[in-house]
Write a protein that binds this ligand. Structure first.
Ligand SMILES: *Cc1c(COP(=O)(O)O)cnc(C)c1O
Length: 411
């Protein structure tokens, strides 16, 4: 029997010269010298720019493209994106600070997330950003802070829809959820926004993340628009912002195919036609994190030891789950699968072997690659994890085991 094993989708975003990856116009070996130490994350600004251009090419012109900062809040990356996207979505006062340090106008920044504290809310009101309200209690706190400050908060309601985003890697809508206000309760909340005389802007409907099926995304967008139109009559003022979420995924694991965004763009044009007669003042927003930055980043660490245990090769590196939880398989995966990994300075190599890449932590969870086909690597070689531009550095438990932290560069 000759079983065809599933493979990683082709990754051609970084060129190879003399069998060495080239990142930002520099060979990886030289870049590692420039950075001065391993492990590090490197993000390529050209790839980020190209990704935004790709989205602009396929999405209707009227759609506003927002960057969800939690995917990668590195200030240099956010600064770069300030000139490319139409707005930022922040999920904390810390992210808001980074966003406000860029030239992005505060009117184009929104804040979402459950459990916003009174101080975070008053900062957001003072900054003049849009607050996506997640609960009735939060609305009361916003109203109190608005009164104290003397100016009305700009608010939208984040809705927890009754539907789910099908085949999504991480569901964030449908059923009981800690996110947003259940769609059934929205009319009541809208009445309170009117009574409080807050500055109502519209709705935010985010149903999930990491989706690779355009049909599922199209369906969720259609249902989001229908939901907003159903609720429009209850609004205290015309809807000015309709944020229909994102959820665009990137291929991480063997067998996964790239998301086709052309059909999403075509369907969105039709949605805009559905919306226009009823909500002529509404700006429709799509918010994306990982799709914009995920493929533009690499995680690079160095082989510290090479050992063979009962016939299995282990490359022990100076990096691991404390810097890159997602690649270790411990960030929302049910069954551990390998991210794409190569030896950065020996992409093909002269000899191939099956090897596992592990980190320096005293836990069997610290795996970056489990029995992968790699070029034969030696001590000092550079191990590269692809698809690491999102949910890497800041999504990892860097304090665990008191190892040195990784560094980040934008090239
Ligand atoms: C996390 C999050 C996003 C970004 O999700 P990606 O999968 O990175 O695109 C967008 N909007 C909200 C509300 C989020 O919580």
């Amino acid at each position: 029997m000759n079983k065809e094993l599933p493979r990683h989708a082709p990754l051609t975003q970084f060129p190879v010269e003399d069998d060495c990856l080239v990142v930002g116009g520099m060979r990886l070996t030289r870049l590692a010298e420039r950075v001065g130490r391993t492990p590090f994350y490197v993000y390529d600004r050209r790839l980020i720019t190209e990704r935004v251009e790709h989205l602009r090419k396929f999405l209707p012109k009227e759609i506003h493209l927002h960057y969800a900062m939690k995917a990668n809040p590195m200030p240099a990356v956010v600064q770069h994106l300030a000139g490319l996207v139409d707005g930022f979505d922040v999920a904390s006062a810390g992210e808001m600070k980074v966003a406000l340090d860029t030239p992005m106008p505060p009117e184009h920044i929104s804040m979402a997330g459950p459990g916003k504290r009174a101080e975070e809310l008053s900062s957001a009101i003072a900054a003049g950003i849009l607050i996506n309200v997640e609960s009735a209690h939060e609305l009361d706190v916003i109203a109190r802070q608005s009164e104290r400050l003397g100016y009305p908060a700009r608010v939208a309601i984040r809705i927890n829809p009754a539907f789910e985003l099908k085949s999504s890697g991480m569901k964030m809508g449908g059923g009981p959820k800690q996110f947003g206000v259940d769609e059934e309760q929205v009319p009541t909340l809208l009445r309170r926004i009117r009574d409080y005389e807050l500055d109502f802007h519209g709705f935010h409907i985010f149903s999930g993340s990491q989706n690779l099926r355009s049909e599922a995304i199209i369906e969720a967008q259609k249902k989001s628009v229908e939901l907003a139109l159903r609720l429009a009559d209850h609004c205290p003022s015309p809807i000015r912002v309709l944020n229909i979420g994102g959820g665009f995924g990137i291929p991480y694991f063997p067998g996964e195919q790239r998301l086709d965004i052309a059909p999403i763009g075509e369907q969105l044009s039709e949605r805009l036609e559905d919306i226009r007669p009823y909500l002529p003042n509404a700006t429709v927003v799509i918010e994306l994190g990982r799709y914009i930055v995920g493929e533009a980043g690499l995680y690079v660490c160095r082989v510290i030891d090479r050992k063979v245990s009962r016939g299995q090769v282990f490359l022990v590196t100076d990096g691991g789950l404390h810097h890159h939880l997602a690649a270790s398989g411990n960030f929302g995966q049910v069954i551990r699968k390998n991210y794409p990994v190569v030896i950065g300075n020996k992409v093909q190599g002269t000899e191939r072997e099956e090897a596992s890449v592990v980190g320096p932590l005293c836990t069997p969870l610290d795996i970056l690659g489990d029995r992968m086909d790699l070029a034969r690597a030696d001590i000092g070689d550079l191990v590269v994890v692809y698809q690491s531009g999102a949910y890497g550095y800041t999504a990892s438990p860097s304090l665990f085991l008191s190892q040195p932290v990784a560094t980040e560069v934008l090239v």
